[in-house]
Design a protein around this ligand. Structure first.
Ligand code: SF4
Length: 588
């Protein structure tokens, strides 16, 4: 984590361990035959989100234990986490993996992943799918079996003799910040959000907040000069698209602030609600559906101008935005998460964002949220304003945002936003049919002009809206602890979505779930009509797999994933409808 070594909450500095493991696995023959990547994260504590260990293939949280009167170091290790289209929460692999076992155990995991992990299908070539397929117990058994067979490698422990090798040395002696009335208000605001008092007295870590994660070449050169002036040459990155300078002598903070200001790198609000994470989205990503950067920039502007960011209850909330379901913007683990989707009305497409609530940023990404409904992109600022105003007004003393959302319930959250979710006809509000800072009509296409919403909304659009309601009902059932009903509703929403598409294309069948699945496979899946241009047959496969497993028992976590898949399948129905309609319009 970016604070490793200077954090007040850490069990110990994880830097030498992450360095040793990275260099051990890089180029190691046992780590060359993976279907895709294998991501590892280290955190010095369990509570803060600096390393997000629970969204990684292998996550390690520093722990100490007293054994025979001696304090020994180890790691609480997690495996099989990951966001992506459908997020998987990492599983606890070992409560206390002793430090000398870290490298050999990771090597054993690499061997199991290389041997049994998916190679051909990129969509399932991550450790999370292997752990889910085998089950944690079997995965652990295989890893321990592999570990027992490994020939000894002196590199497993040689680095432990020199753990201080990576300890950073400060450039300046420690000093304290003089409490001078001359310090400007803007400096004080910046210090409050961007400066962290290190465990080493007289030193601070400074976060250089980069709005939308952007920095120019000139700013980078200037920042390198600043680092050499104040802190030697180390700059670390953060999971929130910022940079940090560690070991700043506190007395230097005012001068450092002025130097950052000269480079326009003095934005306050690091780690607060204005510090929004966004993926590239439609700016540059070929998978982008809605403009995540456009939305994030707009939200940042509006929040900075409002008094919301000053409110203690609101200030520390996190907003994260992805341009599509792939969650590069980490929307599942935000207080307020958004991911891009599109909706069609009367032959016009409008950029939307699914609103994801209930995710947990703290505790290393402790839980994942679920989408409650799609709102037109241009109405997301109003969505944020409503939710935060309600939280501010009704929160009990000390209540977290996650607890508040749980208390009022997803149904109430959805009710609060229902009017915003209703898309008016193109003629009534044309601005909703273009994306942020892009005056052009939204690109999925103009497929015919209707007179008014009542006349142009097709039965399929109504049916898909009903399917979304079913997915939401599934969420509510899960929230109430009824996983069986939630699973049934999620599956039925997919089956109804498939049936609606079949009816629209006039493919007739007997109406049983089996007949719908067979007809969908024949007319949409095998023909690849349903395939996403970039994700391929993934979403159709979600439905067909859910059909094959319908009626089988699922635990809460598996049901959570099924609901995610149902939501994505319905989104894919919307996209398929838009693509086929557009193709038909072009032919005409
Ligand atoms: S979330 Fe989607 S749009 Fe954003 S970078 Fe990832 S793939 Fe691209």
């Amino acid at each position: 984590c970016p604070l490793a070594g200077v954090c007040r909450d850490q069990a110990f500095d994880v830097t030498p361990y992450s360095h040793a493991l990275a260099y051990f696995l890089l180029g190691h023959p046992d780590a060359q035959d993976f279907g895709r990547k294998f991501k590892v994260a280290f955190s010095g504590c369990d509570t803060n989100p600096c390393a997000l260990v629970r969204i990684h293939d292998l996550g390690c949280v520093a722990r100490t234990r007293v054994v025979d009167g001696r304090t020994v170091r180890g790691f609480e290790t997690y495996v099989g986490g990951g966001l992506g289209t459908v997020p998987y929460q990492a599983k606890l692999f070992d409560e206390f993996l002793r430090e000398e076992e870290l490298l050999p155990t990771a090597q054993a995991m690499a061997r199991v992943f290389a041997r049994l992990g998916e190679k051909k299908n990129r969509n399932t070539a991550r450790l999370k799918f292997l752990v889910a397929k085998l089950g944690l117990e079997e995965f652990r058994r295989l890893v321990l079996e592999e570990r027992a067979l490994l020939p000894h490698d002196p590199r497993w422990t040689s680095y432990l003799a020199d753990l201080d090798r990576h300890t950073e040395q400060p450039l300046k002696p420690p000093t304290l910040l003089a409490i001078a009335p001359a310090l400007s208000r803007e400096f004080k605001a910046w210090k409050q959000s961007n400066v962290y008092e290190q465990r080493q007295h007289g030193y601070a870590t400074v976060t250089v907040a980069l709005p939308l994660g952007d920095i120019t070449a000139d700013q980078l050169r200037g920042l390198a000069g600043i680092a050499r002036t104040y802190v030697q040459e180390t700059i670390r990155t953060t999971v929130e698209q910022n940079l940090v300078l560690r070991w700043v002598s506190e007395g230097d903070l005012p001068a450092l602030y002025e130097d950052l200001k000269a480079l326009a790198l003095h934005a306050p609000g690091a780690g607060t609600i204005v510090d929004i994470t966004a993926c590239p989205g439609t700016d540059t990503c070929k998978l982008g559906i809605s403009s995540s950067r456009g939305l994030a920039g707009e939200l940042r502007l509006r929040l900075a101008e409002s008094d919301l960011a000053a409110d203690e209850a609101i200030r520390d909330l996190r907003i994260k935005v992805s341009g599509c379901f792939n969650s590069c913007g980490q929307h599942h683990i935000a207080d307020l998460g958004f991911y891009g989707v599109s909706r069609n009305k009367g032959g016009f497409a409008a950029p939307h964002f699914q609103v994801v609530l209930g995710g947990q940023w703290s505790e290393n990404a402790g839980s994942y949220g679920l989408a409650i409904g799609a709102v037109p992109s241009k109405r997301i600022p109003e969505t944020v304003a409503r939710i935060t105003a309600r939280f501010r007004a009704e929160r009990s003393p000390g209540e977290t945002f996650q607890s508040f959302i749980r208390r009022i319930g997803k149904a109430e959250c959805k009710r609060m936003l229902e009017d915003l979710m209703t898309l008016p006809a193109h003629d009534a509000e044309p601005s909703l049919y273009s994306d942020w800072h892009d005056p052009r009509e939204y690109t999925i296409g103009d497929i015919g002009v209707g007179e008014c919403a009542g006349e142009v909304v097709t039965p399929l659009e109504f049916q898909l809206t009903a399917c979304e309601r079913e997915v939401f009902e599934a969420q509510l059932a899960l929230e109430q602890g009824d996983a069986a009903r939630a699973g049934r509703l999620a599956y039925e929403s997919m089956s109804h979505g498939a049936a609606a598409l079949l009816a629209w294309r006039k493919h007739f069948h007997s109406g049983t779930p089996q007949a719908i699945a067979d007809a969908f496979r024949e007319h949409f899946y095998d023909t690849q009509l349903f395939h996403d241009p970039f994700a391929g047959g993934k979403f159709g496969h979600y439905y067909l797999r859910a059909h094959d497993k319908a009626g089988q028992p699922r635990d809460a976590e598996q049901t959570h994933r099924l609901i995610e898949e149902a939501q994505l399948f319905i989104e894919a129905c919307h996209s398929c409808y838009a693509r086929l309609s557009q193709a038909a319009a072009v032919k005409v």
